[in-house]
Design a protein around this ligand. Structure first.
Ligand code: AMP
Ligand code: ZN
Length: 481
């Protein structure tokens, strides 16, 4: 099929660029996933919904995206959380991984193609670090391995950071830090007592956060791929460091297009524990808010604009959706009336086609969702006018519904039946979430913590999933009805 010209704002170079993937129609994308030390908050969800909208838009525009979303299940925060809870890392992160998948399902996010976990890819990380040491980009000191930023003449290209004040050889050990702290950063941390550790040529230890994404993206997408996404806070140091590691190790360009979403604010303020405004999806659902209105609120603002989340705004989202629902209701009624009166003509075909063309043009323009929604509400208005005038024929109902279904393959919010929006999955937890929990249960049994193992089995049973232990491993069945 012919594809319209698509443009994206590339953070690398900070300008709109024509989108030309390496091997169309395939588009390889890497989207930084959650750090599973806590339940994700609605800010995180804004970014994940932007990435969902991006993948759905690419599909609408004739591409075939392959999305990788990692799970950061080992880093400073997960290790601190596991230590404080007195649990193994896997045990500590399992419920957060499960609730993350559940949140995505409730909000109608189409699952990524793979969700690789950092703890399952340490071998690949060690291999890249070895290459960086061999090529002179990394060195050992204090029992850890560090990336030497002075060895990389391109360092700072993505974030535009000023390195003039950076002292040669100064180091930063924490996974996340501010721009003022641009320093040699850690690739491999030597083991500390009580912390999880893996073997490496440099002795037991664990990976730094940034190397995780370099290793997992190369494994699933190759050394060079099309799109890398995340929230704006990922630009520095995370993505800057990913570029440095990946390009220094492979000698090739890493990513062609970098897309970053702006932050979500709550009532105009940055979310923080102190203000008590760090809402999770569960917090909002407990207040009786509908996932459909939440999804609409999160996808209806352009990804490069700050999104101010307010309860008033949510009411606005609900009433926008109601306009669509009411139009569809009246259209069905009018079509039935026309049938009784002998069918009538088809007056809306051209109008629906024009809408879809405009909707697609808006998305192709750096995901201009405001313009796409404006086109949608103009269509709603015009259909209402046609109904009012008694012009609508029987075929018009199909025409308009078909166009809205096509638009909804991107928005995922117009024809809302919860789970169906996430790609037709049956009600209940996702396969990924079930598998995570089966793994956590096996892990608990290996520790002989049968109480924990039984608790996981019972929780799944309560969600309609029955486990069956067989010689080939644990299988699961969804109870129907
Ligand atoms: P983290 O779990 O902290 O690694 O974050 C997961 C994703 O959420 C990353 O892509 C972050 O950039 C993004 N993120 C974090 N806070 C916000 C926020 N307030 N608004 C939008 N995205 C955010
Ligand atoms: Zn990442």
């Amino acid at each position: 099929m012919s594809r319209p010209e698509v443009r994206f704002f590339n953070t690398l170079g900070r300008r709109l660029e024509r989108f030309e993937p390496l091997a169309p129609p395939r588009v390889g994308l890497y989207t930084c996933g959650p750090t599973v030390y806590n339940h994700v908050h609605i800010g995180n969800l804004r970014t994940f919904l932007f990435e969902d909208l991006l993948c759905r838009s690419l599909r609408f525009l004739g591409y075939d995206p392959f999305q990788v979303m990692n799970l950061t299940d080992v880093d400073d925060r997960t290790i601190a959380g596991a230590l404080a809870a007195g649990r193994s890392l896997d045990d500590f992160t399992a419920p957060f991984i499960a609730s993350f998948h559940d949140d995505l399902r409730v909000l109608g996010v189409r699952p990524a193609d793979v969700y690789p976990r950092a703890t399952r890819h340490v071998t690949e990380m060690v291999a890249i670090i070895e290459r960086l040491v061999e090529r002179g980009f990394a060195y050992e000191s204090d029992g850890s391995i560090w990336f030497r930023i002075a060895a990389d003449p391109d360092y700072g290209r993505l974030s535009g950071i000023d390195l003039s004040g950076a002292r040669q050889g100064a180091r930063v050990a924490s996974d996340d830090y501010e721009k003022e702290d641009a320093k040699d950063f850690v690739l491999w941390k030597g083991a500390k007592p009580g912390e999880p550790a893996w073997d490496s040529p440099w002795g037991p230890g664990r990976p730094g956060w940034h190397i995780e994404c370099s290793a997992m993206s190369a494994k699933y997408l190759g050394e060079t791929f099309d799109i890398h996404c995340g929230g704006v806070d990922n630009v520095f140091p995370h993505h800057e460091n990913e570029i440095a590691q990946s390009e220094s190790a492979s000698g090739r360009p890493f990513v062609r297009y970098w897309l970053h979403s702006e932050h979500l604010l709550v009532d105009g303020e940055k979310m923080s524990k102190r203000l008590g405004n760090q809402y999770t999806l569960r917090d909002l659902l407990e207040r009786g808010l509908s996932p459909r209105a939440i999804r609409y609120a999160l996808v209806s603002v352009h990804y490069r604009q700050k999104l101010n989340f307010t309860f008033d705004g949510l009411r606005g989202s609900a009433s926008a959706l109601k306009r669509v629902d009411e139009m569809l209701f009246r259209l069905r009624h009018a079509a039935a009336g026309a049938r009784e009166a002998g069918g009538g003509g088809a007056v809306l075909e051209g109008r629906a086609a024009a809408f879809l063309a405009e909707f697609g043009r808006a998305l192709a323009d750096d995901l201009n969702v405001s313009a796409a929604l404006a086109a949608l509400f103009e269509l709603v208005r015009d259909v209402n006018v046609a109904i009012e005038r008694g012009e609508v024929g029987e075929a018009d109902r199909d025409t308009v519904e078909r166009a809205l279904h096509r638009a909804d393959s991107v928005l995922g919010v117009l024809f809302w039946d919860g789970e169906a929006a996430a790609g037709g999955a049956a009600a209940g937890p996702t396969d990924d979430s079930i598998r995570e929990r089966i793994e956590a249960r096996l892990e608990a049994r290996r520790r002989r913590d049968f109480q924990a193992a039984d608790r996981i089995r019972d929780e799944l049973a309560a969600e309609g999933v029955v486990l069956e232990d067989t010689p080939q491993g644990t299988r699961f069945k969804r109870r129907s009805g």
